[in-house]
Design a protein around this ligand. Sequence first.
Ligand SMILES: Nc1nc2c(ncn2[C@@H]2O[C@H](COP(=O)(O)OP(=O)(O)OP(=O)(O)O)[C@@H](O)[C@H]2O)c(=O)[nH]1
Ligand SMILES: [Mg+2]
Length: 676
Amino acid sequence: MVLSPSHPKARTVALVGRSGVGKTSLLEALVVATGGLDRPGKVEDGTTLCGTDPEERKHQMSLGIAMAPVWVGGDKMTILDTPGFIDFHGEVKRALDVADVAVLAVSAVDGVQAETVVIWHLAREAGVPVVVFVNCLDAERADFESTLSALERLIGPELAPLELPMGQGADFAGIVDLLADDAVTYGVGGPQHGPIPPQLAEIEQRVRSSLLEAIVVGDDSLTERYLEGEMPTMDEMESVLGHLMTSAKIVPLACGSAIRGVGIDRLASLLDEIAESRPIPMIESGTEIVLSRDSQADLVLRAFKVIVDPYVGRIVVLEVVSGTVTTDVSLVNARTKLEERIHGLNYLFGTKLIPIERGVAGDVVAIAKLSSVVVGDVLVRKGREISIHQAPVPAPALSVALIGSSHDEDDKIATALHRLAEEDPSLGVRSDPVSRRLVIDVMGDLHLQVTLERLRRRFNLEVGTTPPSVELFETIAATRDVEGRLKKQTGGHGQYAVVNLKIEPLEPTAPFEFVDAMVGGAVPRQYIGAVRHGLEKAMRHGGPQGHPVVGLRATLYDGKHHSVDSSEAAFETAASIGLRSALEEAGTIVLERIMTVATIVPSEHLGDVLSDLSVRRGRVISTKQDDELTATVTAHVPEAELFRYGLELRNMTSGRGRATIDLHHLAQAPKAVTSK
Ligand SMILES: Nc1nc2c(ncn2[C@@H]2O[C@H](COP(=O)(O)OP(=O)(O)OP(=O)(O)O)[C@@H](O)[C@H]2O)c(=O)[nH]1
Ligand SMILES: [Mg+2]
C-alpha cells in the first residue's frame, strides 16, 4: 500500500447514483488506479473496502456512507461511497453536504432511471459541482449513445462529454479523449495513447464540436472572439473548461469501466482538478458567513457519520471544514456547548482506522471518544458561535410498532434501537401514544428489514412488527347537568363530597374549559382546584368507549361538603363520578384525527395522487401548480388511512413525490375505524 504521509491539499468527493451502477466498485477501482491497493476486491465476494458489513453483504448493496482516501499528485481526496437505494437517501444528502465534488455514476446498461433523476436533483440542491461517470461500458448490454441522450435530456446543454468509449460490451477497448483529440487503450502495460479509430471519427466530431461550443459559450471573452471568427487555442479552452467545471457551470462527462479499471485513472485526475474549495455557508453569532477550505484559518469540524465499533467503541467521522486539526486540541460542540478534547486522529480506509497527526481543511478525520457529538454537530474553538445550514433530510416513509417476544424485552429493544439510531440518523424511535409500544420511523421496507436484521445479529433480539395504533378520542354527544356524589363511611373518617356540574360539548380540538360558577360556600374554595383536577384525570383515563375524552366545557355551579369528611381526594373522585355519568347519559362520539397532507408531485403524476387520495377518504382542499413541472395538492385525510402513504407516494411518483403531514382537526370516526 502506498500512502503519502503528508498532503498539501485535501478534498472530499461523493460517489452518488442509483443502486447497482457500480459506486462501491468504482471506489475500489479508484484506490487501485492511484496505487492504494494492489488488486481490487469484489462486491459479490464481500471483499471490497466499503462493502464488508454483514447486512451489506447479504443484500449486495451499500447501506450507509463508507470511505477511503486516494492520492493524486500529492493531493488527498477522501472518496465517500453512498448507497443508491432510495431508503438510504438520507446518507446521500449527508455525503453531498460535505463533498467538494460529486460523481453521478450512471450505468451504460440501464441509463437514466427514476432514481438517477432524484439523485441528480439532490446534488443540484446541495449546490455541489457534479461529474457524470458512465460506467459498465464493458457490460453485455451497454448502450452509450442512448445513455448519453438520456443524460442530455436530464442535464441539458451544461452536459459536456469530455470522453467517448471506443466500442462497448465485449468490444470495449478504451476511451477517446475529446479535448486532446486522441485515444487511450488499456492493456497490460497500462494506458496507451494512439490515434482515434476511423469508425469513431463522425461521432467524435459531433460531440467534440458541442463540447467546444459549451466551453466557448461559458466564457464572455471567448464567445466574443469566436463570433468574430477566431478559434481559441487548446490551452485557453482547457483553462476556461477548468474554471467552468469548478464553478459548476458545466457538468463534465467521463466514462469507463470500474470492473475493468478502464478510464479510472483519468477520472481521478479530473476529480483532482475540479475538487476545488467549495465555500461553506455558515451562521456565526446570527450573521451569515462563508468559510473556505483554508488550512490556516480557524478550526471548524462538522460530524457527518457515527460508527459504533465493537472493539474501539464509538467513532465520529468529521469533515475538516476549515483550519487544521491536530491531536490534543480542545474544541467546543456548538450545539451542546460541551468541551471535547481530540485524543487521537485517524482516517478511514474502508473499515480500517489509520492514525494520522493532522487533518487539513477538506480532510475527513475519524475520532474516538467524542461523547457529546452526533451527526450534524459542529466543533469550534471556544467562544465561537457557529451553525451550519443542513439540507433537510427526507421525512420517514413508514412507521411500525414493534412486538418483542416478551414484554420484559421492551427495555432491551429500546436500548438497542437507540444504539442503532446513533449510527443511522434516518431511524426514528418513539413510543406509540395509545399502545405504549415502541414505534420506529423508517425510510421504507428495506430499511425496516435491515433494522430488524441488525437487532437480531448484533443484539440477539427477535422482533415482530404491527401497524402503529391510530389514536382515537371521544367527546360528549349533548349537554347534561349531573350530580357527582361520593359518600363513604369506613371506620372512623368518612369521605364526603357532592358536585353539581354542567357538561357541554365544544369543538373537539378546543382545550378543556373549566368554569367556576360557585356562589356561596357549598363547595369551599380550597376544593375547587381538586374538582378541576378530578375532571382532567378522568378525561385522560378515558370515556365509556375507552378513548381519551376531549372537547368539553365543565361548569361547577353547586355542591355540598362536610366539615370533617370532605377532602381534596373526595372532591376529585366526586368530579370524576359526575363526568362519567354525564358521558354515559348523553353518550359519546368517537373521533379520529384528520391530517392536513401537503403532497408535492411532478405534474405528470398529479392524476394518480388525486385518485389515491380519494381512495383514502381524503378531501382535496387545493391543487396548485408550483411551476411547469411540479404541483402541490393539499388534502384532509383521516390518520387511519395514511399508513404506508409515504411509501406508496414514492412508488406512484418514481421517488419524486414528497409529503408533509400535520394534525388539522378531529372528526367523527366511521364504524370501520372504531370497531378495529
Ligand atoms: N460489467 C460491469 N459490472 C460492474 C461494473 N461496476 C460494477 N459492476 C457490477 O455491478 C454490481 C453492482 O456494483 P456495486 O459497486 O455494488 O454498485 P453500487 O452502485 O455500489 O450499488 P449500491 O451500493 O446498491 O448503491 C456488482 O455486481 C458489480 O460487480 C462495471 O464497470 N462493469
Ligand atoms: Mg455500493
